[in-house]
Design a protein around this ligand. Structure first.
Ligand code: UP6
Length: 252
């Protein structure tokens, strides 16, 4: 069977955030999500402004920003997201009971629910633990990219069942192909490295898109550690988009 295009996925998508992601991919000819794992507000904003034109979403780990402040970190970040038309994905990887996740999502200093378009969450707390993410999309962690991860086949299967049943879930993070009703997000992508010496395992954009049928590749160090983040983002964007075009037969 042939891979569905983003246009075809948009026709059947039900969640507003899934639709927005697919519309953005189509508008920008990009399936690239950049992971902005930098430590200061200045680096975060500089990176977002530079690579913004090439990405569908910017993935944050907001709790590693050393000088976080809602007014100086989040407000300008939201402006950049509007300026360059990308979504904000907070990679919080929630992993608790629903009650606690609700507090972590809306309170504390990060107030993620005020600004994130979508978040990642483990499903280890079970179906109801995802109920709190009412107005955002949830990307469920089904399988991890790191060596020795406990997300084996059985875990993946059971986690997938939770994800597929829950109306807040738009997709999953995985290193395996997913059923077509979920969007697939794949980290562990690099054009030059096979690992980081700390358990991370990398594959090429082509592998993720051809073999796993990934909808969105997630690239961190490959972009923000590069000497020229803007051209690295463009390079990953083109690698991802060309692999997609080849798979859908949209290009010769
Ligand atoms: N990430 C993974 N693997 C997973 C889930 N999430 O690498 O299974 C996240 C990391 C990091 C990014 O938390 O933010 O994706 C990958 O960054 P890198 O490209 O620099 O390795």
């Amino acid at each position: 069977d042939v891979r569905l295009t983003y246009e075809q996925k948009l026709e059947v998508a039900e969640h507003s955030v899934a639709k927005k992601l697919l519309e953005t991919a189509i508008a920008k000819n990009s399936n690239l999500i950049a992971s902005a794992d930098v430590l200061t507000t200045q680096e975060l904003l500089d990176l977002a402004d530079k690579i913004g034109p090439h990405i569908v979403a910017l993935k944050t780990h907001i709790d590693i920003i050393t000088d976080f402040d809602p007014d100086t970190t989040i407000l300008p970040l939201k402006d950049l997201a509007v300026k360059h038309n990308f979504l904000l994905m907070e990679d919080r990887k929630f992993a608790d009971i629903g009650y606690t996740q609700e507090l972590q999502f809306s309170y504390g200093m990060y107030k993620i629910s005020n600004w994130a378009d979508f978040v990642t969450s483990h499903v280890i707390g079970g179906y109801e633990s995802l109920d709190c993410f009412l107005n955002v999309g949830v990307v469920a962690i089904l399988g991890m990219s790191s060596k020795g991860t406990l997300t084996d086949r059985n875990y993946h299967e059971q986690a997938l069942k939770v994800a597929q049943d829950h109306p807040n879930v738009i997709g999953g993070v995985s290193q395996k192909q997913l059923p077509e009703n979920l969007l697939l997000f794949t980290p562990g992508i690099s054009l030059s490295d096979s690992g980081d010496g700390k358990g991370q395992q990398y594959h090429s954009p082509e592998h993720a898109i051809k073999n796993l049928r990934t909808d969105f590749i997630i690239v961190g160090r490959g972009i923000y550690k590069s000497d020229d983040a803007e051209s690295a983002a463009l390079q990953y964007k083109l690698a991802g988009w060309n692999a997609y075009l080849a798979e859908t037969g949209k290009s010769a």
